[in-house]
Design a protein around this ligand. Sequence first.
Ligand code: PGA
Ligand code: ZN
Length: 422
Amino acid sequence: TITGLKAGEILDSRGWPTVKVTVRLEGGTVASASVPSGASTGQFEAHELRDGDSARYAGRGVLKAVENIEREIAPALIGIDAVRQPEIDRLMCELDGTENKARLGANAILGVSLAVARASAQSMEMPLYQYLGGSTARRLPVPMMNIINGGKHAANGLQMQEFMIVPHGAPTYSEALRFGSETYHALKGLLEQDGFATGVGDEGGFAPRLKNEREALELIVRAIEKAGYEPGRQIAIALDPAATSFFGDDGYALPGLGPSSISSDDLLAVYADWITAFPIVSIEDGFAESDWSAFAKQTAAVGDRIQIVGDDLYVTNPRFIRRGIDEKATNAVLIKPNQIGTVTETVAAIELCRRAGLRYKFSHRSGETEDDFVADFAVAMTGGQFKGGAPCRGERLAKYNRLLEIERELGAEALFSSPFVA
Ligand code: PGA
Ligand code: ZN
């Protein structure tokens, strides 16, 4: 039974305020959770409540969300058994009363939802992944590690946001993490050798000032080889262009690839060329969130060979995922709990994906905290893939290291089977 609910403002990995919630249960269990925050957010994400008080943190304070937790959510939840997650999440949605959690704030609601789940697991002395996923939750995900950052995550002139490596040929999660980390260090060496800066972006990937996106792909292939791995067979590449961020009235603006903006069809051809030239296994948000037909065209053209993922397109919301199913827009869905705002609704989005035969890929946000909830959640939901940034910066390692712990805890029971063809 929930006996207390406290909240406070903390700072995320970009140094902006976010919400941390602490739940107390009868019997003495105390558990906390904190909420991440995106930079390249989808238009239809659940509402992240910010104070708008320009005298504090440029208006980005979250004291209103904190107050909403303590003054409104706490009195409504105290006395309820923490194991009743669906009811608790539904109560918070009803209390909020809006379509997109705009009144209380999705950051307030998610913080409570996560902390309640963690407290409940703790009180039952169960690991969180098992509490959320049951005893069949034994599959460790392939880490998709973002080793070159661009777009809204780095001011280096690259328009596309994420260049990830996927060590899908590794035999275990820990080996995959090692393959990825070694490649990350090999890339650092190449950048130093070629005279590029080795500072990192928001997700811990390097943020060199390259000529264009193609150069990033070439560097990654060289890094995989330099680390001693076979590109494609052992380590593949995944992209998240986050294309909404370079889409305008004239089309897609990619100055590194040509002076004028290009159409959806032209961009589709660019990707087709890259898929042939590089071992790419997954493209997320290759087109703007409003450009549904371009997604469908790409899925029809290459969806049998590679994974096409919708992130901003779906914002983890069953309403948009259903449209994606109807229009065959993609063959996979990105899952970010804070886009929808509760544990229960995140699980519902995944169940919809499962029923429709869509893959799903768990994800952190670019603004993160040291909270590792999403690592357990990814194992619980057994989707087999997780993107958590580069193997660099504490908030990214918190997740990757938690997955190592889960793997050790499961021991011989741990499963690792890549959703990608090796
Ligand atoms: P965000 O980026 O957290 O800044 O939205 C991650 C992504 O686009 O997948
Ligand atoms: Zn994305």
